[in-house]
Design a protein around this ligand. Structure first.
Ligand code: G
Ligand code: G
Ligand code: MN
Ligand code: NA
Length: 254
């Protein structure tokens, strides 16, 4: 109850901010987008990580207004920096299953795009496999509608859920993001390397792009390049950063 009230006052008093982590093309090093990651700047608790409040906000339903704010902010911020990135660059926003399954979800997306004056093709939505497993029909219906608008869909934390690889072919997705738990041990553990290579190969057969998450060493990056992985994000090249720092980063990156 305490955190619920705190969250409400956080939403009312604009205590949330977005940080952005750049995503790089592995073959030409171009910047092909960034992932928005929310932080809660609480007056007494300081910077609170989303792992400590997203699940609470999901349980109370507060994730819906929060997620609307995140979408608006992310689209507006991206509109200002997109010309500093590759022409195909996208802003990637994490979406909770609770919000996706709401009736208003697709309208919330078009409203955020319209308010920012951003074309749908610049927006990518990240969701985990869990929602596709728990509510496949409704999830597929919404994602198909979004794809028809031009929005791109990424499956986040890929490989950690209970979905089978073959069901990917029936999902309206464009991108899979290989979970960082596999990337972590890529160079030292043959099993993680085998899983990563299998995901890349299967995704490419289905004409999906693959982003590796949590790349921390150049050995991991070189390995992913050799496997034909398309893109990477991780502390090796850039951490999540404030909008101001991102602008500086983009200006000096080219
Ligand atoms: O960057 P990081 O430690 O902040 O993120 C931790 C977790 O919180 C990740 O699983 C990430 O997907 C999730 N997360 C970060 N930002 C958002 C957001 O804006 N919306 C949702 N639903 N989840 C987020
Ligand atoms: O679940 P999702 O993929 O949305 O989570 C993104 C999370 O991964 C964020 O918490 C972000 O800060 C974190 N992250 C991004 N790059 C790295 C990395 O190279 N190493 C580690 N340990 N975490 C990372
Ligand atoms: Mn993500
Ligand atoms: Na992930």
């Amino acid at each position: 109850l305490k955190i619920r009230n705190a969250l409400q006052s956080g939403i009312d008093n604009k205590q949330f901010e977005l940080h952005y982590q750049p995503v790089f093309n592995l073959h030409n090093n171009e910047l092909i987008g960034c992932e928005a990651l929310v932080r809660w700047n609480h007056p007494s608790m300081g910077l609170v990580s989303p792992v400590d409040f997203i699940s609470v906000a999901e349980n109370t339903g507060q994730i819906v207004p929060l997620s609307r704010w995140i979408l608006h902010r992310a689209c507006k911020d991206f509109k200002k920096v997109k010309d500093l990135m590759a022409s195909e660059a996208v802003i990637s926003v994490n979406i909770s299953a609770i919000h996706l399954l709401r009736t208003e979800f697709v309208t919330d997306i078009s409203n955020a795009l319209a308010a920012a004056g951003l074309e749908a093709r610049y927006l990518q939505l990240e969701m985990t496999e869990t929602v596709m497993v728990d509510h496949p029909e409704l999830a597929i219906e919404k994602l198909t509608e979004l794809k028809a608008m031009g929005v791109r869909i990424a499956l986040d934390d890929f490989g950690t859920g209970y979905s089978s690889l073959s069901y990917l072919k029936s999902l309206p997705v464009d991108v899979v993001k290989v979970d960082r738990s596999f990337i972590n041990e890529l160079v030292n553990h043959r099993h993680d390397a085998a899983i990563t290579e299998a995901i890349i190969s299967m995704a490419h057969h289905l004409r999906l792009k693959v982003i590796a998450e949590g790349v921390e060493t150049s050995a991991q990056r070189d390995y992913l390049r050799r496997c034909g992985c398309d893109a990477m994000q991780g502390f090796l090249l850039a951490r999540p950063m404030s909008k101001i720092t991102l602008t500086e980063f983009l200006e000096s990156y080219k």
